[in-house]
Design a protein around this ligand. Structure first.
Ligand code: SF4
Length: 244
């Protein structure tokens, strides 16, 4: 059954399609440059996502990759504590392989799906040692060939650990990009492809960190805090129902 939100999204798509493509793209680019400048100014008062903090502190692709795995479906605070415990015992693939699955489970509990993640972490380390001489690869395809590493994690590792131009689209990036009308998409994969077309390349790496912090604090999934949003006057609020 089609929802009211879907109808609204279709209307947004029609409006965007009816403009000249170059004009619409230029307008979106100007919009996103403006709102990101505002968000950047406010971001120091929001909690940065745990993987960004980890990347800033550690600068180690292996720790960033494992931190990303731990952070999936897990609160940032729990991820940070589990990462500290795990990395105190193992900071590279070979050290990790010296731990058995039960030890890893114990160290990372209570992250979400800790049993599956403990097995996945060991499998990733085996592959890193066997196929990549113990190093984290630097391409999207190679990263996605590792067990348990999807597009979101691979893009996050590329941008946070290797400073490469990659757009990591998670639920926050997908939701907020649609509310802003930058994209009119139904899946994160579609959002990533559409953002590549409108987001200036120099903004790709920081886009996820800024929008995750903003999405956790103000542009919440349900009932966003529009009344105290620093870009309220600029935002078209596509698809937003009740807000505070
Ligand atoms: S005005 Fe509301 S919907 Fe728009 S970005 Fe701000 S919080 Fe999100």
């Amino acid at each position: 059954m089609r929802t009211e939100a879907n109808h609204r999204k279709d209307n947004v798509s029609k409006r965007l399609d009816s403009r000249q493509p170059d004009e619409a793209r230029a307008q979106k680019r100007a919009f996103v440059v403006k709102v990101l400048a505002v968000l950047r100014r406010h971001s120091s008062s929001w909690n940065a996502p745990v993987v960004s903090l980890m990347a800033a502190q550690e600068k180690d692709p292996f720790l960033v990759l494992i931190g990303c795995i731990l952070s999936l479906r897990t609160k940032d605070e729990i991820t940070a504590q589990a990462s500290r415990r795990l990395f105190a015992r193992a900071r590279n693939p070979r050290q990790m392989l010296a731990l058995d699955v039960a030890e890893i489970e114990q160290l990372i509990y209570p992250v979400g799906f800790y049993r599956t993640k403990a097995r996945t972490i060991r499998q990733i380390c085996e592959e890193l040692v066997e196929r990549f001489a113990g190093r984290v690869p630097q391409t999207l395809d190679e990263l996605m060939s590792l067990p348990g590493v999807g597009r979101k994690t691979a893009n996050l590792v590329l941008s946070e650990a290797f400073d490469k131009a990659a757009i990591c689209v998670d639920v926050h990036v997908h939701r907020i990009s649609n509310r802003w009308g930058l994209v009119a998409t139904r899946t994160p994969e579609q959002t990533e492809a559409a953002l590549r077309n409108v987001l200036p390349r120099s903004y790709w790496a920081e886009y996820n960190g800024l929008l995750v912090a903003f999405g956790q604090t103000i542009c919440r999934p349900i009932s966003p805090w529009c009344s105290c949003c620093p870009i309220e006057s600029l935002c078209p609020k596509y698809g937003v129902g009740s807000h505070r």
